[in-house]
Design a protein around this ligand. Structure first.
Ligand code: NDP
Ligand code: MG
Length: 395
């Protein structure tokens, strides 16, 4: 039998935590994938390494200042090099069977949107695309007939649990949360948490932004909004369940009383492999589940008092309109300020809430286009920056 042609991939955010795990899965599947393009933010050395290791034909870096370093690192290797935000979009639009959207933050919106609007199948890790611009992004995908495969572990589990059930047969859709490093901490201890403590996630090794989002539990709020757009389920049917072992990732409760859940050890290679191989299943070296050895799994309700970021995100989801876009922008500024040492841990949620309140009135309509969403994003970032300044804090 003739071997099938390799599935061609574009990997956006190839140098990050999800990007590197994607390249691991690809490398283990000899001959099954080819890489048309890789893209990154500013780390030229890491991007050159990813391009060489994957045999990519194009390496695109968002930071124009990193062009010379990338060109040097790839000199004589026959790999096309490009720089600037437009080059990342160009990479997203290279002919390919699948685009892995694994850029962190709102920087991922434009390339993810471009790929979907061009009808590409997108394996989506960049949840901020949907929190910032869920309506326009989903509409563009639908109009172009583009498929989105959820790579975020909770949404991937839910996608697998859903089968072809229509939305109206779903009573509850539940994303689980480990609870992060501060699950058992008092409010006072959480308020005094350091950067290192907040970055030390108990179950997952991830990039810095999502690690802080997990510590505040904002990540679960972003994931509820992500699920709302991905699956078209109304806010009141979406829930969070704290599950410290991170074995059950997502659950769907159907109208007939059946609950279907997706279980695996917390290893991003599992949802990544599901997306890359879809509709076939690849083999991964991920640890196999032994429920008897685990003995028990535990669950608890989230504590919205100790984790106000989750409460604020749920309010933004319920408010709809521009609120999720504002929430996402303010959170990005707050997390960056915390990581830079400018604000304390509890100031992250405080700043996000203040910005959401300050911008609750105008404009309140859901952004109709990605350009509108990015304009609201910019205005919210500016407001967050001003508030940091007024508080005597750096942004
Ligand atoms: P990392 O911080 O580890 O990696 C981010 C990637 O984005 C890097 O490749 C970085 O390049 C690139 N990047 C940053 N800015 C830009 C830009 N302006 N243009 C192009 N590329 C850019 O993040 P993660 O891998 O942890 O997360 C990526 C996304 O996946 C996030 O949206 C996160 O929420 C989501 N996700 C992550 C999970 C995980 O396990 N890590 C799990 C589920 C979802 P450079 O190296 O040059 O900075
Ligand atoms: Mg997740």
């Amino acid at each position: 039998m003739e071997a099938a042609a390799p599935r061609s991939l574009v990997i956006l955010g190839a140098t990050g935590s999800v990007g590197r795990s994607t390249l691991d899965v690809v490398a283990a599947q000899r001959g099954r994938f080819s890489v048309a393009a890789v893209a990154g933010g500013s780390d030229a050395v890491a991007l050159a390494k990813a391009a060489l290791a994957s045999g990519a034909r194009l390496a695109a870096i968002a930071d124009p200042g990193a062009y010379a370093a990338l060109k040097d690192a790839l000199a004589g290797r026959g790999i096309e090099v490009a720089a600037g935000p437009d080059a990342v979009i160009e990479a997203a639009l290279r002919p390919a069977d699948m685009v892995v959207a694994a850029i962190v933050g709102t920087a991922g919106v434009a390339p993810t949107y471009a790929a979907l609007a061009a009808g590409r199948t997108v394996a989506l890790a960049n949840k901020e695309s949907l929190v910032c611009a869920g309506g326009p992004v989903m509409r563009a995908a639908a109009a172009a007939g583009a498929r989105i495969l959820p790579m975020d572990s909770e949404h991937n589990a839910i996608y697998q649990a859903l089968g072809d059930a229509p939305v109206e047969r779903i009573e509850k859709m539940i994303v689980t949360a480990s609870g992060g490093p501060f699950r058992t901490w008092s409010a006072e201890a959480i308020a005094a948490a350091t950067r290192e403590q907040a970055l030390a996630h108990p179950n997952w090794a991830m990039g810095p932004k999502i690690s802080i989002d997990s510590a505040t539990m904002m990540n679960k709020g972003l994931e509820l909004i992500e699920a709302h757009h991905l699956f078209g389920v109304p806010a009141e049917r979406l829930d969070v369940l704290v599950h410290p072992q991170s074995i059950v990732h997502g659950l769907v409760s159907f109208a007939d009383g059946m609950v279907v859940a997706g279980l695996a050890h917390p290893d991003m290679r599992v949802p990544i492999a599901h997306c890359l191989g879809w509709p076939e299943r690849l083999t991964t070296p991920a640890r196999r589940l032994d429920l008897a050895a685990l003995g028990g799994l535990s669950f608890e309700a989230p504590d919205l008092v100790r984790f106000p970021a989750l409460r604020i995100a749920i309010s933004a989801m319920r408010a709809g309109g521009a609120a999720p876009t504002v929430l996402n922008a303010a959170n990005e500024v707050a997390v960056a300020a915390f990581l830079a040492g400018g604000i304390g841990f509890s100031a992250i949620a405080e700043l996000v809430e203040r910005v959401c309140e300050a911008m609750a009135g105008a404009p309140s309509a859901e952004p109709g286009t990605v350009a509108e969403a990015l304009a609201i994003n910019d205005a919210a970032r500016q407001k967050a920056g001003e508030m940091l300044g007024r508080l005597g804090l750096t942004s």
